[in-house]
Ligand binder design. Structure first.
Ligand code: FES
Ligand code: FES
Length: 132
C-alpha cells in the first residue's frame, strides 16, 4: 500500500505529541481503541472558559494512518469551540489524508477520540459546577 505525502509528513513529524495533566478540570481526555486492529489513541484537549479549545495533544499506538489522523485532528481542533470540534467528521480527515478504504477506520478512531475527549471534559465540568 502506498501512503499519501500528507500521511507520511504527519507520521514523520507528528504535531502535538504529548500529554496534559488529566486531573485538571480544563482538560478533556479520551482513550479509544480500534476493534479491527487493536490500535489505541489517546487524545487530550485543553479548554478555556468560553469552551474554546486552546491546545490539544495526542499519543497513538498504531499504524501510520492512525498517527497521521490524530496529528491532523489536534491541528484542526485548536482554536475551535467544543461545538465546532464535535462536528469534524472522519470523512474530512480521510479526504485530507487521502486514506485508502482499508485505512478509513484509522480516521474513525480520531473522530471517536475527539468526541470522547469533549464528553470527558463536559462530565468533569458538570461535577465541578455543582460543587460551587
Ligand atoms: Fe497494524 Fe493497525 S493493524 S498498526
Ligand atoms: Fe487500525 Fe490504522 S490500521 S488504526
Amino acid at each position: 500500500m502506498s501512503y499519501s505525502k500528507k500521511v507520511i509528513d504527519h507520521y514523520e513529524n507528528p504535531r502535538n505529541v504529548g500529554s496534559f495533566p488529566e486531573k485538571e478540570n480544563n482538560i478533556g481526555t479520551s482513550l479509544v481503541g480500534a476493534p479491527a486492529c487493536g490500535d489505541v489513541m489517546k487524545l487530550q484537549i485543553k479548554v478555556d472558559h468560553k469552551e474554546r479549545i486552546k491546545d490539544a495533544c495526542f499519543k497513538t499506538y498504531g499504524c501510520g494512518s492512525a498517527i497521521a489522523s490524530s496529528s491532523l485532528m489536534t491541528e484542526w481542533v485548536k482554536g475551535k469551540t467544543l461545538n465546532q470540534a464535535k462536528k469534524i467528521k472522519n470523512t474530512d480527515i480521510a479526504k485530507e489524508l487521502e486514506l485508502p478504504p482499508v485505512k478509513i477506520h484509522c480516521s474513525i478512531l480520531a473522530e471517536d477520540a475527539i468526541k470522547a475527549a469533549i464528553k470527558n471534559y463536559y462530565q468533569k465540568n458538570k461535577k465541578t459546577k455543582k460543587k460551587k
